[in-house]
Design a protein around this ligand. Structure first.
Ligand code: HEC
Length: 212
């Protein structure tokens, strides 16, 4: 038994040695090897041809499923934006879009009806003594549309910035909600606060689609 093992062991060792020697002597497949290393035991992954001759075409992702454009143009400072006005129509649909976006992105701080007192907003008051202002407040009322756009885009104090999350048109729709009269704003928010989350998401997608 002992002898058999050692014979087998010797054979395996000899075979491994032969394989390594052969690999070392092999000049390497010129189509795939870079020749960077004298011993070409492994192909270098990063130099491999990922598309080989005779290979069927790769399945491409469905058209439009991978964003190849977009991004955002960094918003200007509040002072530089003071005179900006929305390039988008301020109609009922824009207001509805603003309300849907508001519910998803702002209501936890500024409150479900934009009157302050959101669940996260209350913590701001407790811990740092700053509350997210109500949209009908004097402070927000004093902002020009451009200033509001800039603060939403770039963030303000403890408020997060939204320019990387929301498109320009989305941010202007939120400005429309801020600029609306108190009655228009609460009507828009009430209408969408009755929908459940999937319904709100679908409606937002519809409105985004409709505006191209
Ligand atoms: C995490 C909490 C939070 C979220 C989310 C949030 N805000 Fe605010 N927001 C604040 C706080 C806090 C302030 C007051 C900041 C300060 O005074 O330093 C503020 C201030 C503002 C102001 C006044 C800025 C100025 O220039 O005076 C506007 C306008 C505003 N928020 C709109 C929005 C909109 C629209 C959204 C959603 C897209 C939003 N906020 C989301 C917390 C939040």
């Amino acid at each position: 038994m002992q002898r058999m093992w050692s014979r087998k062991g010797t054979l395996v060792a000899a075979f491994v040695l032969l394989a390594v020697t052969l690999a070392a002597c092999k000049p390497g497949d010129p189509a795939r090897s870079t020749g960077a290393y004298p011993i070409d035991i492994f192909q270098e992954m990063h130099y491999n041809q990922s598309y080989k001759a005779g290979e069927p075409p790769r399945l491409l992702p469905p058209e439009g499923s991978v964003p190849v454009s977009g991004g955002y143009i960094p918003a200007l400072s509040k002072a530089e934006s003071a005179d900006l006005t929305s390039p988008y129509a301020l109609d009922r649909q824009t207001l509805e879009r603003g309300a849907l976006l508001y519910r998803q992105n702002c209501s936890m701080c500024h409150g479900l009806t934009a009157a302050g007192g959101g669940t996260v907003g209350e913590k701001f008051e407790d811990y740092i003594g700053i509350s997210p202002p109500a949209f009908g407040s004097e402070r927000i009322g004093a902002l020009t549309p451009g200033e509001a756009y800039s603060s939403i885009s770039r963030g303000f104090g403890f408020m997060p910035r939204f320019e990387g999350l929301l498109s320009e048109e989305d941010r202007w729709a939120l400005v429309a909600l801020i600029e609306a009269t108190a009655a228009e704003r609460s009507a828009a928010l009430e209408a969408i606060n009755g929908l459940d989350e999937p319904e709100r998401t679908l409606r937002l997608l519809e409105l985004r689609d409709a505006s191209g």
